[in-house]
Design a protein around this ligand. Structure first.
Ligand code: SAM
Ligand code: SF4
Ligand code: SF4
Length: 374
């Protein structure tokens, strides 16, 4: 497996250090990129490790015992993450999502949550602070996360059938423990909870209707289930278009059981198309990253575990912010550098791919999802 690992490792260390502009650029909260898109949403990967091996993200054959995860010293500390987050907030970020890898595997995560919960936007508002987790240790951690100031969680769950779920996480993890985690999060008020289901044609499409029924009935429509098209992210998940079940098909399957009505987006740049059960059973979301491009309003930046900034989920290179932090750059220097990087952003991978034949976009050097976070 060594040959597969080396390019990923090389890529991780290949991000250039952003230049500090000669003329300082102050934070105004109004920064926009080359396509006029603001910076609103920061996703922070707190670990590249995970206890699952979902085939669409960290296939066992690649992420095996020889795989070299990042050494502890190269991870950003909680203080470094919080410092960067504060500077991003100055540029307009209003929402922070902790992700990974599996974020709940990072030791002491509650103390990072507490530090981030103390940040305020230039208007004095708290951030929308959330976390995406596979739910495996959520039952144990929900109360402490809530107490630290986390507002809500998104839990990934690809099916209710235990055999299907065990085979998709590929480590035999039982579905009952994830469901316990969701119950615990609900009990302590980490809501509104979202549940993300990646749909792979031929693998878990039979779970779509049971999942919808479960979350409608058990939580009185208060949990939003979102169906995600299997994406060609990274370079190792063996993505094939014929394993994508288009969201339009998911919607048609659901409509055979319940009438659904479209809802308007709540905020610009929202990833999911929202639908409501006409009988008041709550709402669902469809994330059609393959069949429907949504780059026009994309306001998301991603910070990798060792401090590289990625401007697109499908980026092939990052911007090394850790070198700025550890090289003694001042807040004003980093603020200026961030402004210059974002101002040059013209990424719109999904839109460009949509204009090409399926599979033509190539995947050789793309960054992996577990590394920059979903
Ligand atoms: N480990 C956490 C989890 O699974 O929720 C957080 C990190 S995970 C990379 C974030 C999200 O990305 C999850 O909801 C996961 O299902 C999704 N994801 C990973 N690989 C994907 C792929 N190839 N296509 C679509 N979604 C994917
Ligand atoms: Fe781990 Fe999440 Fe990736 Fe699954 S999707 S392998 S749980 S990081
Ligand atoms: Fe944003 Fe890149 Fe996804 Fe387009 S492809 S929506 S620019 S992350």
């Amino acid at each position: 497996m060594g040959e597969t690992v080396i390019p990923l490792a090389d890529l991780r260390y290949a991000a250039p250090v952003p230049a500090i502009p000669a003329q300082p650029i102050a934070a105004t909260g109004l920064l926009t990129d080359a396509l006029g898109r603001p910076l609103r949403d920061l996703r922070i990967s707190v670990t590249d490790r995970c206890n699952f091996r979902c085939s669409y993200c960290m296939p066992k054959e690649v992420f095996d015992r020889d795989y070299r995860f990042l050494p502890q010293a190269s991870l950003l500390s909680f203080e470094e993450i919080t410092r960067l987050a504060r500077l991003f907030v100055g540029h307009g970020v209003q929402k922070i999502r902790l992700t990974g890898g599996e974020p709940l595997l990072r030791r002491g995560l509650e103390s990072l949550v507490a530090q981030l919960a103390g940040l305020r936007t230039p208007d004095g508002a708290p951030l929308d602070l959330t976390l995406t987790t596979n739910g495996s240790v959520l039952a144990k951690k929900a109360a402490a996360l809530k107490a630290a100031g986390l507002q809500r969680v998104t839990v990934s769950l690809d099916g209710l059938d235990d055999a299907v779920f065990r085979s998709m996480n590929d480590v035999g993890f039982p579905v009952a423990e994830v469901l316990d985690g969701i119950e615990a999060a609900h009990r302590v008020g980490l809501g509104p909870i979202k549940v993300n289901m990646v749909v792979k044609r031929g693998t878990n499409e039979q779970e779509i209707v049971p999942m919808a029924r479960y979350f409608r009935e058990r939580f009185d429509g208060r949990i939003v289930l979102r169906f995600i098209e299997f994406m060609d992210v990274g370079a190792s998940n063996g993505w094939r278009m014929d394993e994508v079940l288009p969201s339009a098909r998911v919607l048609a399957m659901l409509r055979e059981h319940w009438p659904l009505e479209p809802l308007d987006p709540t905020v610009a740049g929202e990833t999911a198309e929202r639908w409501r059960y006409a009988d008041g059973g709550g709402e669902i979301g469809l994330i059609s990253s393959v069949t429907q491009a949504f780059c026009r309003d994309c306001n998301r930046a991603r910070l990798s575990t060792e401090g590289k900034l990625f401007l697109c989920l499908f980026a092939t290179r990052g911007h090394d912010l850790r070198s700025l932090l550890r090289g003694g750059a001042s807040d004003a220097d980093i603020t200026s550098a961030l402004a210059a990087v974002w101002a040059g952003r013209d990424d719109r991978y999904s839109e460009l791919r949509a204009a090409q034949p399926p599979g033509a976009a190539g995947s050789a050097r793309r960054v992996e999802m577990h590394y920059i976070g979903g």
